[in-house]
Write a protein that binds this ligand. Structure first.
Ligand code: UDX
Length: 445
């Protein structure tokens, strides 16, 4: 099939590359000319497992192209995926200006019957707005071309996006159009054995499904984080409780790991947007509000523990920080808990030695320049280098090499054997035997 993907952020690029990999002809459109040039050379602009190999391979085979011109894509494509950004506006609602601009351009440029797919996470009712905008632009040029606007939300996890796309749990196709259902069903058939994982529903239902999925997952995490705080107050070990409840298949083990809060590009943004949608309907989103509030608190949990141990003046102290990315497997630091920890300790006078296997460039680009200039934040090349002479180690992201470190090396290098573990990677009893002062999240001392 002939596909155009508009927007080459992580959703758009993964979508384009995976459809090309499955034998389709794909053209990816982005307004960033420099980025398009790099991608044409086969360079992958994001860190995503599997993607760097897929780009050059599919370009070489002639299945994947890049352009800055939507009109060029409109010459050949039958299916258009809109995958441009929907960053939150000031009130937390999704900013749809980029989506609507693409809709207008599609109305101005499509040449033949088109299926227009909302791939990015957009509020319920956006499909109607996109449809109206395309129609208006078509009418303006006096063109009578059939088109359908459908919702096909993505459920890709960063770091596992290619695998998630290739073997999806489900593919949601939101449209009442028989034509669009048939075309999309064929497009996704190779990704889902016997089509058994394709779910057809209404467009608004599909739009809501995406938000409900992320809000549910965020709720699980915030719920467990609340239980972890209560466990601390009650001298209970949350890890025992986690096992105790996860064994109930109705609850399940996934997404009930307490920690120092969720981050990333999706959960915080989508929960905020859903709250805003609810409020627009005159509805009080009590649970979502609480999920959001708990997460904001949770991202401060390590800071509170650090201040409880060292006081509020941290000058003269050096902290080691393991993990900058919002989760393992990505270089993304959007809404990363590490940012809160860094701000807290640096503002109170401490120095930090930080290490992350992938997010060092992101940290250099996103963190305040004055932290680096003042020498308050040093990014080091190795995880153990971040423990040289430190007063405490703070683990924020559970990258695999941090899970089972050489504690003898740590003990030798650290000035004080104190660990704050924001992801419950170590056993308090083992830490005690090894002579470390250890604080986890909801762990019994
Ligand atoms: C998420 C959804 O999983 C995906 O379906 C959607 O399309 C985009 O948003 P992603 O943001 O890549 O994907 O991250 P995910 O792996 O879901 O983790 C989100 C956050 O939750 C991370 O900060 C992680 O550390 C945290 N988390 C996850 C917990 O704190 N505890 C858990 O048990 C699970």
């Amino acid at each position: 099939m002939n596909i155009a993907v508009v927007g080459t952020g992580y959703v758009g690029l993964v979508t384009g590359a995976c459809f090309a990999e499955m034998g389709n002809t794909v053209i990816c459109v982005d307004t960033d000319a420099e980025k398009v040039e790099r991608m044409k050379q086969g360079e992958c602009p994001i860190y995503e497992l599997g993607l760097p190999d897929m780009l050059p391979r599919n370009i070489e085979e002639g299945r994947l192209r890049f352009t800055t011109q939507l009109a060029e894509a409109a010459e050949t494509a039958d299916i258009f995926f809109i995958a441009v950004g929907t960053n939150p506006a000031a009130d937390g609602s999704a900013d749809l200006s980029a989506v609507m601009a693409v809709a207008r351009q599609l109305g101005e440029t499509i040449q033949r019957p088109a299926i227009i797919v909302d791939k990015c996470t957009v509020p319920v009712g956006t499909g109607e707005k996109v449809e109206a905008t395309v129609r208006e632009a078509l009418e303006k040029r006096g063109a009578n071309i059939a088109f359908e606007v459908i919702s096909n939300p993505e459920f890709l996890k960063e770091g596992a996006a290619v695998a998630d796309f290739m073997r999806p749990d489900r593919v949601i196709i939101g449209t009442d159009s028989e034509w669009a259902r048939e075309v999309m069903g064929k497009l996704y058939a190779p990704f889902t054995s016997k089509n058994d994982r394709i779910l057809y529903m209404g467009r608004r239902d599909a739009e809501m499904t995406k938000y409900a999925a992320n809000a549910m997952l965020a709720t699980k995490i915030s719920f467990m984080n609340e239980m972890a705080s209560l466990a601390e107050a009650l001298d209970v070990d949350i890890e025992q409780v986690r096992h105790g409840i996860g064994s109930d298949p109705r609850i399940g083990y996934s997404f009930i790991y307490p920690g120092c809060g969720y981050g990333g590009s999706c959960f915080p943004k989508d929960v905020k947007a859903l709250i805003q949608t609810a409020k627009e309907q005159g509805f009080d989103p009590a649970i979502l509000d609480a999920v959001e509030r708990r997460n904001a608190e949770q991202k401060k949990s390590l800071n509170r523990k650090i201040s409880a141990r060292f006081g509020d003046d941290l000058s003269g102290l050096t902290f080691g920080l393991w993990g900058l990315a919002f989760k393992p497997g990505t270089d993304d630091m959007r809404e990363a808990p590490a940012k809160e920890v860094l701000a807290h300790v640096i503002e109170r006078g401490a120095t930090v030695l930080a290490y992350d296997p992938e997010a060092m460039d992101t940290a250099r680009a996103e963190l305040p320049a004055e932290w680096f200039e003042s020498g308050k934040l040093k990014l080091v090349d190795h995880q153990y280098e971040a423990t040289n002479g430190i007063d405490a180690l703070v683990l924020v992201t559970e990258w695999k090499p941090f899970r089972q470190p050489d504690f003898d090396t740590l003990a030798q290098k650290m000035k004080q054997k104190i660990i704050f573990d924001g992801r419950n990677q170590y056993e308090p009893s083992q830490m005690k035997v090894l002579g470390f002062e250890y604080t986890g999240i909801g762990r019994k001392a």
